[in-house]
Design a protein around this ligand. Structure first.
Ligand code: KIV
Length: 274
């Protein structure tokens, strides 16, 4: 089953059924316009809280709010028709209690019409994941490097380089799968442990900086397009959008300054019908 040739949206259940099969393709998107471009080629689109850094120039994802996620989630739903849309739960919206998490996640689902939510954390979030799934909210988990925990982790570091760290990572991944998550993002994880977890888990693993051993891959769209100022080392740039936008903007500015900008009759010429 691929993302193409479908006439309904892919669901969390479809993604869960892809374990060990054709690799799952995913990208982030925060806008209707990019969602429209990405939609035919991916299985799910993540409206990631990375939007805080990518769209708003924030240093971390910590200040991102539920309202920001809902606004961009609605835009991505409007721009897409096939891919499953997963919306990230922002820091502070789900950690305090299962009830708080349900209220926030239900709001995200009602107001965006997304098909699933994602939250960060392994064993510590297992009860919450179970609570949400039992009440009809499909949950994608996220373990390994969890950016919302940057202040307690002390920075963005690859997880599981030392074998001594493996048991904790495996326990986290197993806990979210046992709790009913339909898939789990493995972020910033050394290849041997990402491969081991992928082999052990009954649900798909989605890697970001966690090697090709995972059941699928996700990247931040602006990073792989070459639009972001800085990208992590593992990101391959499939485009050079930053320089290309800069050239277009410079050409425009030059035309305006040289008064050679097209006259209105050129700008508004419409193709005659019939
Ligand atoms: O917010 C995000 O973009 C993410 C991906 C990096 C997985 O969580």
């Amino acid at each position: 089953m691929s993302a193409q040739n479908r006439d309904r949206r892919i669901t969390a259940v479809d993604i869960r059924a892809r374990k060990g099969g054709e690799p799952i393709v995913s990208l982030t998107s925060y806008h209707a316009h990019t969602a429209r471009i990405v939609d035919p080629y991916v299985d799910f689109i993540l409206v990631g809280d990375s939007l805080g850094m990518v769209m708003h120039g924030l240093e971390t994802t910590i200040p991102v709010t539920l309202d920001m996620m809902i606004l961009q989630g609605r835009a991505v739903i409007r721009g897409s028709s096939r891919a499953l849309i997963v919306v990230d739960m922002p820091f502070g919206s789900y950690e305090a209690s299962c009830e708080d998490a349900f209220r926030a996640a239900a709001r995200v689902m009602k107001e965006t019409h997304c098909g699933a939510i994602k939250l960060e954390g392994g064993r510590r979030m297992a009860d919450t994941i179970r609570f949400l799934v039992e009440r009809g909210i499909p949950v994608m988990a996220h373990v390994g490097l969890t950016p919302q925990a940057i202040n307690t982790m002390g920075g963005f570091r690859i997880q599981g380089r030392e074998e001594a760290q493996w048991a904790e990572l495996e326990d986290d991944a197993r806990a979210v799968a046992d709790a009913g998550a339909f898939a789990v993002v493995l972020e910033g994880m050394a290849e041997p442990i990402a491969r081991k977890i992928t082999g052990e888990l009954p649900i798909p693993t989605i890697g970001i900086g966690a090697s090709p051993a995972c059941d699928g891959q996700i990247l931040v769209l602006e990073d792989m397009l070459g639009l972001s100022d800085w990208v992590p080392k593992f990101v391959k740039k499939f485009g050079a959008l930053g320089p290309s936008i800069e050239t277009a903007v410079k050409d425009y500015a030059d035309e305006v300054r040289a008064r050679s900008f097209p006259a209105p009759e050129h700008t508004y010429t419409m193709k005659a019908k019939g």
